[in-house]
Every structure is written in C-alpha cells, then in structure tokens.
Unconditional design. Structure first.
Lengths: 41, 393, 90
C-alpha cells in the first residue's frame, strides 16, 4: 500500500487539461490524504 | 467550450465545517504506563468517569451513522483498556476504520499476528528519538526499546505499513534521516508532527520546541525528502518559508471543522491539542441544550458553530503569508498565552517572538491526569486503581 | 494508466460514498484514500456508473452532453487511478 499522500491541494493543483484551448480552473475531483487534516494525533 | 456547475474551493468548503468529521481522534483512556514529559493529554491515571464498553459502542454506532471513515484511537495508552480489542473489532465491523497510537507496550508477537490478519486497522508507534538516548529523555527509560520491539514484532508478523509517529523537538530534529532509515528498516511509514504546547507540553515547550533555524531545517527536509513522509498537516504554520502548496495537506486548522477529539469521559473538544474548557464543545452523555450524543454536539455546539464562521486574520491581515499559514495553530497560540487573532508563536517571520518575550499568562487546563511525579518505565499489567495518589495524611 | 471511457466501470466494493451539500466524499477502506467530488453531477455519474455499459453513457444519463464530458471523464480517470473505480463485473 502506498503511503497516504496528497496528490494535489487547493493552491498547488494543476488545472485539468482539456483538449480545447480553454482550461478548467478547478478539477471535479480532489484527493486528500486521510492524514492531511490538522488536528489529528 | 466547457461549462460546469460552480466548483467550490475545497479549502473553503472544509473551513465552513461538514455535517460530520472526516476523521477524528478518540482518546479511550487517560491511563498510561508511560509519563512522557510533553504529553498532550496530561495522561497517567485512569479517570473514574471513563466511558464504559457499551458507551463506547454507542459512539461507534453514531460514527457509523454519520459515516466517519476513520478514527485515530489514542489516550493515554489505549491498549491498557481491557476492552480495547473488542472496541477495535466493533469499529471495523461497523464501517469505521481505525488507526491506534501506542507506545508499543502490548504489541506482542501474538498481537502483531492478529493485527497482520486485519485489513482495517492501522498501527502508529510513538517515538521521539532515533536513539534511546534522545527518545528516553522525553519518554522514559526503556521506552525506545519497547517501541522498537513492537516494530520488530509487527514486521516479523507480516504487518504492512505501520506508522512511526515522531513529535519534532529541538533534540531530534537532527535525526530526521535516521528516523527515515528506521522506518525503512521495519517496512513502516514515517510520520513527523509538530510539538504543541498542550497538556504537559506547556511546561516544556520553551526548551523543547525547535528554534527558528531548526524550523527552516525541518521545512527544507520535508521539501527535499518528505515525499513519503506523513505530517498530519501539522506544519502548515511553516508554509511561509516556501511556495504555497509545497507542504502536503489541506493547510488549514481542522479543529471543529473536519476533525475533533472525543476524550475518555465523553467530552468533545475541538482538537486533541486543545484540551481546555475554552475548546470544550460538549459531552456526549449529557444534553447541554443541543441534544446529547456525538452527532448533536458536532452539529450544534456553539463552539463549533463559532469555529465554522469565517475567521478574521486580525493582526496578521497585512502579512502576505496569511493566505498560506492562516495565522498558524490555534492551540499553539492559546497555550503560550498569545492572542488567537495574532501570529503563531513560531511564526516564520518572527512576529510571534516579541509576544513570547513578554509577560504572558499561559492558560492551564483543569484536565490533568498526570501522576504526581515522573515514573521510571514499568510495564504495568493493570492501570492505576485510584485517581488520587497523594498521601491521605 | 489508460482510462477507457468505452467500457463498463463500477465503484470498488470497499469505497464508501458520503453525500455532502456540494458533492460527496469518497473513502476507500482498503487504500485509505479520500477523494472529494466537487459537484452533484459528478456524484450522480459516480453513483450510477455501474448501471451503464460505459462511462460516456453514464455521463449522458446525468445530463452531460458529449461536448462537455471532458472534465467529467478526467475526474473518472483520477478515480480509476486511485482504484476507487474499477472495470468489469462485480
């Protein structure tokens, strides 16, 4: 099992690429590590 | 041309809180066989009001209904509860994933084998030094050996991916590479977290917390070598040291928004580093006006509603780093006696330092289960029987 | 990995979907990965995807025109890469 790591957080996520010239500035899915929230032991 | 429904910023959604936590910390007992100098929960003696097995199962039922995916079970030392395995099994049978934090006292080869056979239980071994000398100074004589033995037993039993959880201090920040090597040796994942001035940590924070230079060292290490290292998002207060987003995690205070603490007597706090009346949201057993049970406290407690309101930057509003550091850690500010709407005591710009140099009142929590004096490590077979160990004379 | 939108997909049996007002949280109990679906349309696609012969039909059924499918297919690809979505029969 791979360690839980964030694949991209809000400020660092790259825009989703589309085939057209227009970029989607927010992705529809974001992955967050279960260990990526402050306030847990 | 694409047209989408509005897509909210993830961080904004989380800051306003969710209908249920995403994960939470659940301290099962204040009893502990160790007496670490920096214990965030001031553990040692069992509280006589500790929740019963049935009360714990009722909480698990609620967590299942709320779809809380993951709980981090800690304490004190959770494995000293006689019903510990019963509760872990109950949780995993009810769609609540479990990670438990332990000093290793009960991780025998038999226990390790049982853990290796479960898919839904994660184990986190606490360690605060890569050598016995550094570790035991904080956690007590023999505690390093005990933790290593637990790691050996887990590896031997085929348990995959234990976590080694380290609180970074002035004295172990030079051992980060050694910690990584330890983790690799036992097939474990390294987790490093921030020392907060919480619990007994308040008494030793001034001497133990990393210096400003060491913070830079730590940050640089995370950026260079932290790819497979967990942090519990506990270093977002350092994000001003580099590019926004360089550190993994949501980079926001999750307290009362996506996480909280349930303590051994059923008190619900904003987070495990904030065990103080100021951050007490309610108690699962009693109705303080918004219903009893965990779900009611989570959804309706005035403290949590307040935390889910937009927070003002206060004194940090003119700082360009505020967007990424969010003014740092609420608990760190509170327990060092700094204002909550000002800089973190470890603010990377040094804005917290003048406040630390001044006269300040450090709030003391009324919740303290410490034993009267630090004990040399003994492997207790049962937890302390009495709450008070002062002489009756 | 190549994400094939023309085959049948389904949610992995160890994935829980928790609805939120703005979308949903997905948690994979096996991998401990957490994914946040950021609008209700993608949630509808994900919840219904096993009922359709392929990903594109699932998108169409959720009201997404073929010309608008790209970001949705991208999202599905991300979920497939995290093993939240898998191919084949249950």
């Amino acid at each position: 099992m791979e360690p839980n790591q964030v694949d991209g957080n809000e400020t660092g996520a790259a825009p989703a690429a589309t085939s057209g010239a227009e970029l989607v500035t927010e992705t529809l899915v974001e992955e967050v590590s279960i260990d990526g929230m402050c306030g847990v032991y | 041309m694409t047209s989408l429904q509005p897509v909210p910023r993830l961080v904004e959604q989380f800051e306003h809180g969710l209908d249920a936590p995403i994960c939470l910390t659940w301290e099962l007992t204040y009893a502990c066989n160790l007496a670490c100098v920096h214990c965030l929960s001031s553990s040692g003696k069992r509280d006589p009001r500790e929740l019963t097995t049935q009360q714990c199962k009722d909480i698990i039922d609620e967590l299942e209904r709320m779809q809380v995916f993951y709980v981090n079970i800690g304490g004190g030392e959770p494995t000293v509860r006689p019903d510990f395995w019963e509760l872990v099994d109950y949780a995993t049978a009810h769609h609540v994933g479990v990670k438990f934090s332990t000093n290793g006292v009960r991780i025998t080869p038999e226990v390790a084998k049982r853990l290796a056979a479960s898919d839904y239980v994660d184990v986190q071994i606490s360690l605060d030094g890569a050598t016995a000398e550094v570790n035991d100074a904080v956690r007590g004589a023999g505690s390093f050996a005990m933790a290593i033995r637990a790691l050996e037993n887990l590896a031997e039993a085929g348990f995959k991916d234990a976590k080694i959880s380290v609180v970074v201090t002035r004295h172990n920040v030079d051992q980060l590479d050694e910690f990584a090597a330890l983790a690799a040796r036992y097939g474990a994942t390294l987790r490093i977290t921030r020392l907060r001035p919480s619990g007994r940590g308040a008494d030793v924070w001034d001497e133990l917390h990393p210096t400003a230079e060491q913070q830079v060292q730590l940050y640089d290490w995370l950026v260079a070598k932290g790819d497979r290292v967990l942090t519990g998002d506990s270093f977002f207060h350092l994000s001003g040291l580099g590019e926004p987003g360089a550190l993994a995690g949501l980079n926001l205070c999750g307290a009362g928004r996506v996480v909280c603490l349930i303590d051994p007597v059923g008190d619900v706090y904003a987070c495990p580093f904030a065990i103080h009346d100021r951050f007490l949201a309610g108690n699962i057993l009693s109705d303080s006006g918004f219903g009893s049970g965990f779900a009611n406290v989570w959804k309706n407690a005035p403290l949590f509603r307040e935390l889910r309101e937009p927070q003002s930057a206060g004194a940090c509003s003119s700082c360009g780093h505020y967007d990424s550091c969010r003014g740092g850690c609420m608990a760190a500010k509170f327990f060092t006696g700094l204002p909550l709407d000002g800089p973190d005591p470890e603010c990377v710009e040094g804005y917290g330092a003048p406040a630390l140099a001044q006269e300040r009142v450090k709030p003391k929590s009324s919740v303290d289960h410490s034993r009267a004096k630090p004990v040399m490590l003994k492997l207790l077979t049962k937890p302390p029987a009495r709450l008070c160990n002062e002489s009756p004379v | 990995m190549a994400f094939d939108p023309d085959v049948r997909w389904r949610l992995h049996h160890q994935v829980a979907v928790r609805p939120e007002p703005f979308g949903a949280l997905l948690y994979h109990f096996g991998t401990r990965k957490l994914s946040f679906l950021k609008n209700t349309t993608i949630v509808e696609v994900v919840n219904s995807i096993g009922d359709h012969p392929d990903a594109r039909s699932a998108c169409r059924a959720a009201g997404i025109d073929d010309a608008q499918q790209a970001p949705y297919l991208h999202a599905l690809r991300v979920l497939a890469e995290s093993k939240m979505l898998v191919t084949g029969e249950a």
